[in-house]
Design a protein around this ligand. Structure first.
Ligand code: ADP
Ligand code: 5GP
Length: 236
């Protein structure tokens, strides 16, 4: 399966999401130690921010109570996952806490081509692979306030066995050093504050000069009426 290797996009000065013809979407990658609050924050972000789509990963783990196939993940058998690897269906895939997780190419590239921003909620190994493939992506690392708080969040969520919680806490010590690989760090102490921080990152990225829609700029400030896009003979 083919895909572009950049998410370079043009955003109008207002920073508002536009029609599909205006620009390509931005790829946002969010990682965090398990239990930090990433899922909670990502759900809230996609509700609050227009023009942002949360990519749905494939996984071989079983659904937790309240999770739905096709909404939270595509829950599939290991054999199906292996077939998808062979067909090159994944942008990246990884073993995480004893299960397989993968990000599909198809929906991700479709959304980016349509000018929709994409949110990937993936682990550190996956994030490093995606960063290499999509150089213009924006990476964000979310941290809990402390190990004690993290442990209590995992226990409160009550979705994992004590052994599984222990496994996740062990991994934090390795994962936390990956913070250097990310463009932004958000400390998730107060949920409202973290959401505001994340929203600021998203809006700022949409306003970056490199993503500016040059056609809009040329049409409004540089070209005479007869030279505007569509009339120009020098364009291919
Ligand atoms: P992750 O996706 O990072 O594993 P979750 O979003 O499932 O984490 O959150 C783990 C638990 O912590 C959930 O019970 C959630 O309601 C709670 N939580 C998330 N963010 C906060 C916060 N800022 N303050 C207190 N509890 C939080
Ligand atoms: P959970 O089982 O708690 O939903 O997720 C466990 C970890 O797997 C989280 O860190 C989550 O971000 C990560 N994850 C979810 N989907 C993917 C994916 O498609 N690829 C990778 N590499 N990690 C993923």
């Amino acid at each position: 399966m083919s895909s572009s290797t950049t998410t370079s996009s043009a955003v109008p000065v207002s920073g508002q999401p536009r029609s599909s013809t205006d620009r390509r979407g931005i790829l946002f990658i969010i990682s965090a130690p398990s239990g930090t609050g990433k899922t909670t924050l990502c759900k809230q972000l996609t509700t609050n921010l227009p023009g942002l789509w949360h990519s749905i990963s494939y996984t071989t783990r079983t659904p937790r109570s309240g999770e739905e196939h096709g909404r939270d993940y595509y829950f599939i058998k290991e054999r199906t996952f292996q077939e998808m690897i062979e067909r090159n269906d994944f942008v990246e895939w990884a073993h995480v806490y004893g299960h397989l997780y993968g990000t599909p190419w198809k929906s991700l590239t479709e959304k980016i081509d349509q000018g929709v921003d994409v949110l990937l909620d993936i682990d550190v190994q996956g994030a490093m692979q995606v960063k290499k493939r999509f150089e213009d992506s924006v990476s964000i690392f979310i941290l809990p306030p402390s190990m004690t708080v993290l442990k209590s969040r995992l226990q409160t969520r009550a979705s994992d066995t004590p052994e599984e919680i222990q496994r996740r806490l062990q991994k934090v010590k390795e994962e936390v050093w990956s913070y250097r690989e990310y463009a932004y760090i958000v400390r998730n102490e107060d949920l409202g504050r973290s959401l505001r921080d994340l929203e600021s990152i998203f809006w700022s990225e949409r306003l970056k000069t490199k993503r500016l829609n040059m056609t809009w700029l040329e049409n409004n400030f540089i070209l005479d009426d007869e030279q505007k896009t569509g009339d120009r003979k020098d364009l291919p």
